[in-house]
Design a protein around this ligand. Structure first.
Ligand SMILES: Nc1ncnc2c1ncn2[C@@H]1O[C@H](COP(=O)(O)OP(=O)(O)O)[C@@H](O)[C@H]1O
Ligand SMILES: [Mg+2]
Length: 243
């Protein structure tokens, strides 16, 4: 996965969320965004996934400029998968229906196709026994795994994960991180924001540290974690890795 961003800026009214953000990632299967809260990670992910549009700047992902038209953005979103921090599933629908609904409504599969795609995705992650349960009958970790199954069911080009484990306890965090690692090992392109530094270091091919709406440090994990040049990145890592 190739990513090239030049002078990306995103305003919300007078508020600047991303400021002159540039990054070159020549090739990466897993790109991790790290950095302090409010630094711009979610905004950047949402722009890359076509859920928001830039105020200015140029973004090229997988060798193609991000579309600007509403139709182009819709197509772009359909080709990708998304999972956010929490509240991903429809609470009134079973795990299975949470998968079949978007396969039918967004991806145009007929109910029979959608059922078999959904069952295959749940089965792949050891979730088939939970197919008929409501989200409230599943643990937080199981819910996030169902959310990931839903996000990959239609075979996305890129899976976007925004702090997928930040609402989970350590054991559930581990079960979700293991699943993400498996997907990466199977060749899934992934862009995720996370506060799990050990995971980022172990699984990412490329790490970008965002603060105050731009990239402070970017490179392979060995460099960003082992030998960061930005004082802001050094300070952040020495604080979060201390405990
Ligand atoms: N929809 C929005 N409206 C106004 N400000 C926003 C919106 N989304 C994000 N922001 C602001 O943009 C900045 C970056 O936020 P965000 O991308 O959520 O950072 P992070 O994910 O790193 O915590 C923050 O100051 C945040 O308050
Ligand atoms: Mg965020």
């Amino acid at each position: 996965m190739k990513l090239s961003v030049t002078s990306l800026t995103k305003h919300y009214g007078a508020h600047v969320a991303l400021q002159d953000l540039s990054i070159e990632v020549p090739t990466a299967r897993v790109l991790c965004l790290i950095g302090p809260s409010g630094g711009g990670k979610s905004t950047f992910l949402r722009i890359l996934g076509g859920l928001e549009t830039p105020s200015s700047g140029a973004v090229s992902l997988l060798g193609e400029a991000l579309p600007e038209s509403a139709d182009g953005l819709l197509t772009h979103r359909r080709r990708n998968g998304f999972l956010f921090q929490q509240f991903n599933l429809f609470p009134h629908l079973s795990a299975l229906r949470n998968l079949t609904l978007p396969l039918e409504k967004v991806h145009g599969q007929n109910p029979t196709e959608a059922l078999s795609t959904a069952r295959a995705a749940l089965d792949r992650f050891g979730l088939i026994d939970h197919a008929d349960k409501l989200p409230s009958q599943l643990s937080g970790g199981q819910q996030q795994r169902v959310g990931i199954a839903r996000a990959i069911a239609a075979g996305p080009r890129i899976l976007f994960l925004d702090e997928p484990t930040s609402a989970l306890d350590p054991e559930m965090t581990a079960e979700v991180l293991e699943l993400i690692q498996e997907l990466a090992a199977e060749g899934q392109n992934i862009i995720l924001s996370t506060h799990e530094m050990g995971f980022a270091r172990a699984v990412a091919d490329h790490v970008a540290f965002l603060a105050a709406g731009h990239i402070e440090e970017s490179g392979p994990p060995s460099q960003v974690f082992g030998n960061p040049t930005s004082p802001i990145c050094q300070r952040f890592l020495s604080r979060v890795m201390r405990y």
